[in-house]
Design a protein around this ligand. Structure first.
Ligand SMILES: [Zn+2]
Ligand SMILES: [Zn+2]
Length: 162
């Protein structure tokens, strides 16, 4: 997906909105729907700024209870577009576009994948699985804590302590 930004650079227009979809299910298996990219490129006091939101529904597995769930992941992204860099150290903060054609398809895909959460939880307060019996504590309770110490052994340990 390339966008011609010549009119923006020449100040013929000040804003250029865009929207497109791209399918990345073959490179990112958690992505369950086409990736929707929407945003704009604008000329703000002769600085070209790209801002966009990249989103898609993803099929995930909860890190705590192993339940499968779907959720829309939405990643915002904004950066300045320049035709060259004066200082090589600034590389990470800018997008370099030497011609008037700005490639945003690949950029959107890489920014989307980089923006994924490192932890996936089915809900903020997921109780997870019982360490002893493996029960999903969101769906049921178990008596593992009470039963983990056999009353007879408890008496024995008290005797040994004395
Ligand atoms: Zn969970
Ligand atoms: Zn249990």
């Amino acid at each position: 997906m390339q966008i011609n930004i010549k009119q923006l650079r020449d100040r013929d227009i000040s804003v250029l909105p865009f929207e497109f979809v791209t399918d990345i299910s073959d490179i990112e298996p958690t992505v369950a729907s086409p990736v929707k990219v929407s945003g704009e490129i604008r000329n703000q006091a002769d600085v070209i700024i790209l801002s966009m939101t990249i989103e898609a529904e993803r099929n995930l597995v909860c890190d705590r209870c192993a339940k499968e769930f779907s959720r829309v992941t939405s990643v915002p992204f904004e950066a300045c577009v320049v035709d060259h860099l004066d200082n090589e150290d600034d590389e990470d903060d800018f997008i370099i576009c030497e011609t008037d054609l700005l490639e945003i398809g690949e950029l959107a895909v890489s920014m989307f994948i980089l923006g994924f959460d490192s932890k996936n939880l089915c809900s903020e307060d997921c109780k997870g699985l019982c360490q002893i019996c493996g029960a999903n504590l969101n769906e049921q309770t178990c008596d593992c804590k009470e039963e983990s110490i056999d009353p007879r052994l408890q008496i024995l340990s008290q005797l040994l302590d004395d």
